[in-house]
Design a binder for this molecule. Structure first.
Ligand SMILES: Cc1cc2nc3c(=O)[nH]c(=O)nc-3n(C[C@H](O)[C@H](O)[C@H](O)COP(=O)(O)O)c2cc1C
Length: 175
């Protein structure tokens, strides 16, 4: 059993991004891993925006990352990159806070125009935090996820299969 933390860089629980979160959390729980989550948009905004390293909530979140072997970073594409919401939290991790961990990026975008955002935007940041084992992850189009109720989503079969493979590969890193 390993510790898995999921960092959620979306702006709300209503976002279709939540479907990726639920799929990820469900997978690792079913595999018997200890999962925890960090919903960045629920952390105190002032602590994030003033880079308050002393914040108790930020330190609690950082402790989850510290304990994890696998860190899943889930973010929407905003303005051709990961969300600023996510970055406000990543900026508050210790300098080498991702050293020795496996990183799995899962990105949701509105078009294929920014398919490479994982490579040109997210990976350099994760590397600068000490991560060397960054999996290729997945870039998902938002049109493949349908919100059917306030908090219920349907992911297309094609994407479900792709995400399953990506999660399985990440799971193998934990053996
Ligand atoms: C402020 C903002 C900027 C966005 N910029 C991009 C972008 O540059 N490229 C892209 O493919 N999608 C972009 N999108 C689309 C989102 O990535 C996508 O629609 C979102 O992840 C789906 O989440 P939702 O269910 O909350 O709409 C943007 C969305 C917003 C709100």
């Amino acid at each position: 059993m390993a510790n898995v933390v999921i960092i959620y860089g979306g702006n709300s629980h209503r976002s279709r991004l939540k479907a990726l979160f639920e799929k990820t959390e469900g997978y690792f729980k079913a595999e018997g891993h200890e999962t925890s989550s960090i919903f960045v948009h629920e952390l105190p905004a002032e602590d994030l925006i003033t880079a308050n390293f002393a914040s108790e909530d930020i330190q609690k979140a950082n402790a989850k990352v510290e304990q994890a072997s696998l860190v899943v970073v889930i973010t929407p594409v905003y303005k051709a990159a990961y969300s600023g919401i996510l970055k406000t939290y990543l900026d508050l991790l210790p300098q080498k806070g991702l050293e020795g961990k496996t990183l799995l990026p899962l990105v949701l975008g509105g078009s294929f125009g920014h398919l490479l955002a994982i490579d040109y935007a997210l990976k350099p940041v994760l590397s600068s935090l000490g991560a060397t084992n960054i999996l290729s992850g997945a870039y998902v189009l938002d049109s493949h996820i349908e919100r059917v109720e306030e908090d219920q989503f349907i992911i297309s079969t094609e994407i479900t299969e792709r995400i399953d493979r990506v999660l399985q590969l990440a799971g193998e890193e934990l053996k």
